[in-house]
Design a protein around this ligand. Structure first.
Ligand code: F6P
Length: 370
């Protein structure tokens, strides 16, 4: 068994990162007598002069409720093949440098907290002989092979509270209120919060919507005497015949950033329904701040199980929640495809059965009995 685990956090932050770090340090040091070295700013901390620091039980005291990550985080950075000034950068040299620095610092294995992008890099370290265990992090819940990523349920709480708050102001002003939530190309946050927060319309990437179908739902509510409507729209939702709305399309250095569909919807809906409409973009409030109790528990279980997996000789795996238990799955499976909402799945059906519209052009056929 090796003596020292390196731990890093990559990609966007998510509530629960510090709780995982705490569990990894406590399990590794107290149960296995290993050392833990924290790597700062994701994999970038393994390059150049390196940014690492030893983590002891004392260093992780009080971390359970703390949002963000004490190690800092970066997006994929230099580990992704890219072209600069017409020249393709040699990514192999970057891995070599990182692995050689790991040896100098004394790191034998890695626990990597990340989403699909970060775990893709983790898999590359495994391919190059480094023992690696991934921990599924993202508020988007879009990682395959696991029922839940940590951070998602906290984001859901925040989005649901926002919907509760929008209800009272919408009702007071007879308005249509739109809440734009995150989620990249998956509609999990919108779907779950929309059901929990009693939205009238949920728009998700997996079910392209028609503006007319959304307007129809608002008119139907007006006719039934409900003079306000609540719409939750995922940032990756797609209006039929249009393109995805980006805040920034990105380039070789910057990842594309979705966002802005809510504003478009607000303008277009106001025009065709004549109803006063407002849009709120929830943005990074979904990621910042303390994890809820469930995410603290899940993050702790993931962190401990990741150390146990490495101690048992597993590598190239990710800890995952399946049927209530934390298991390990091959990293290659976890990063193959993102996990999206099944458009004909149980939750979508439940939403429709309880009167929620997804704005599909044939939406009325799902609501015959209402
Ligand atoms: O993947 C998490 C996430 O919050 C997405 O939901 C969102 O599209 C993206 O990150 C935002 O990224 P950034 O923090 O770079 O604006």
């Amino acid at each position: 068994m090796f003596g020292t685990i390196g731990i890093l956090t990559g990609g966007g932050d998510a509530p629960g990162l510090n709780a995982v770090i705490r569990a990894v340090v406590k399990t590794a040091t107290c149960e296995y007598g290993m050392r833990v070295i924290g790597i700062e700013d994701g994999f970038e901390g393994l390059l150049g002069a390196t940014k690492t620091r030893s983590l002891t039980s004392g260093d992780v005291r009080g971390l359970l409720p703390r949002g963000g990550t004490i190690l800092g985080t970066r997006n994929r950075g230099q580990f992704v093949r890219r072209t600069k000034d017409g020249e393709t950068m040699d990514v192999e040299a970057v891995y070599k440098e990182a692995i050689s620095n790991m040896k100098i610092v004394g790191i034998d294995a890695l626990v990597v907290l990340g989403g699909e992008g970060t775990l893709t890099i983790a898999a590359e370290f495994h391919k190059r002989g480094i023992p690696v265990c991934g921990v599924p992090k993202t508020i988007d819940n879009d990682l395959a092979c696991t029922e839940l990523t940590f951070g998602f349920v906290t984001a859901l709480d925040i989005a649901t509270e926002a919907l509760d708050r929008l209800h009272t102001t919408a009702e007071s002003h007879d308005r249509v209120m739109i809440l734009e939530v995150m989620g990249r190309h998956a509609g999990w946050i919108a779907l779950h919060s929309g059901i929990a927060g009693g939205a009238d319309v949920i728009l998700i990437p997996e079910i392209p919507f028609s503006l007319e179908a959304v307007a129809e739902k608002i008119r139907a509510r007006d006719l039934s005497g409900s003079n306000f409507s609540i719409i939750v729209v995922a940032e990756g939702a797609l209006e039929i015949g249009h393109e995805l709305v980006y805040q920034d399309k990105g380039d070789g250095h910057r990842a594309p950033r979705l966002g802005g569909i809510g504003q478009h919807l607000q303008q277009d809906l106001e025009k065709i329904t004549g109803r006063e409409t407002r849009c709120v973009v929830l943005g990074h409030l979904q990621r910042g701040g303390r994890p809820n109790a469930f995410d603290r528990m899940l993050a702790t279980n993931y962190g401990s199980c990741a150390v146990r997996a490495l101690a048992n000789g597993e590598s190239g795996v990710m800890v995952a929640l399946q049927a209530g238990d934390v298991v390990t799955v091959p990293l290659t499976e976890a990063i193959k495809n993102i996990k999206t909402v099944p458009p004909n799945g149980q939750l979508v059906r439940t939403a429709r059965d309880t009167g929620i519209s997804f704005g599909a052009p044939d939406e009325a056929s799902y609501h015959k009995r209402q």
